[in-house]
Design a protein around this ligand. Structure first.
Ligand SMILES: CC[C@@H](C(=O)O)C(=O)SCCNC(=O)CCNC(=O)[C@H](O)C(C)(C)COP(=O)(O)OP(=O)(O)OC[C@H]1O[C@@H](n2cnc3c(N)ncnc32)[C@H](O)[C@@H]1OP(=O)(O)O
Length: 253
């Protein structure tokens, strides 16, 4: 199965389980994310959602280019991008705190998933970046909009997007994208973080999130995410994008 969902005493852990593809997101993973979001909405005993990837090499390498490369037109691209864009919006607006447990590289859409989460705990060896520019596209799942809302200095957020390269963990911490860097096992890093969080009643965590989400509603967050996705869909059908994806998929041949 392309994903795993576990409930560890009120902490719901979603693991993308496609190590051989560096945990790239395909339709099955998207449907899994939908499933976990619905589960949390219906199950009030869940206090946290954690997203992570299988193995140590990658948290998530973004959209599965071998599957999504068949989408050629703007409308075809928009249909896939907006499906994931809606899922990420639902994730970002969940009542419970969300934690990206970044066990390895988070690039492209993987970096967008992490940015849509409230907290980013980053393994010291992990490199993360919005590398979409190297594929002649922009962030296609709303990640640019979330990044600009995350309180990073504007120049640092913008530079992270236009650099289109991966940053190491120290730099991610320095610019304020990573909340914490960890050495050793991700399970231990998560346990320590959850232990601190549990000192405060879940209703308090949820009340603070509500305050932030109200701000987002007033700032038309959903509409802005959809406009971002439309921009990416337009670039998706360009020759430059098609050629870049072809090069990636044929790099070792
Ligand atoms: C679609 C939405 C869009 C968005 O909105 O942002 C995107 O996400 S665009 C996709 C952006 N992602 C990429 O461009 C892929 C980037 N991948 C990498 O840079 C590297 O794979 C890595 C994540 C840094 C890991 O490097 P490494 O450990 O050296 O692994 P390999 O590169 O050798 O990959 C192993 C294996 O996995 C396949 N792979 C990796 N990422 C993807 C992907 N996103 N889609 C499909 N396949 C992917 C890679 O092709 C290798 O396959 P094999 O050669 O068959 O072993």
């Amino acid at each position: 199965m392309a994903y795993k969902i576990e409930n560890d005493n009120g902490v719901c852990i979603f693991t993308i389980n496609r190590e051989e593809k560096r945990n790239a997101v395909n339709d099955e993973v998207m449907n899994g994310l939908r499933e976990v979001i619905s589960y949390i909405k219906e199950n009030k005993s869940i206090s946290f959602l954690v997203i992570t990837g299988a193995g140590e090499k990658a948290f998530c390498s973004g959209g599965d280019l071998s599957e999504f490369h068949s989408l050629k037109t703007e409308e075809q691209a928009f249909s896939m991008l907006s499906k994931m864009g809606n899922i990420l919006y639902d994730l970002a607006t969940l009542r419970v705190p969300t934690i990206a447990l970044i066990n390895g590289a988070a690039v492209g859409g993987g970096c967008e998933i992490a940015t849509a989460c409230d907290f980013r705990l980053v393994a010291s060896h992990a490199k993360c970046g919005f590398i979409q520019g190297t594929l002649s596209i922009t962030t296609g799942w709303g990640g640019g909009t979330y990044l600009f809302e995350r309180g990073l200095r504007h120049d640092r957020a913008l530079k992270m997007l236009v650099d289109a390269k991966s940053y190491d963990a120290n730099l991610l911490y320095e610019i304020g994208w990573a909340m914490r860097i960890f050495e050793g096992s991700k399970e231990q890093a998560l346990d320590e973080f959850i232990l601190e969080m549990r000192k405060i009643h879940p209703s308090v965590h949820q009340a603070y999130k509500e305050i932030e989400l109200r701000k987002w509603k007033e700032r038309n967050m959903y509409e802005r995410v959809m406009e971002e996705i439309r921009l990416c869909a337009k670039l998706w059908e360009s020759d430059a994008h098609n050629e870049a994806v072809y090069r990636f998929l044929n790099k070792s041949k």
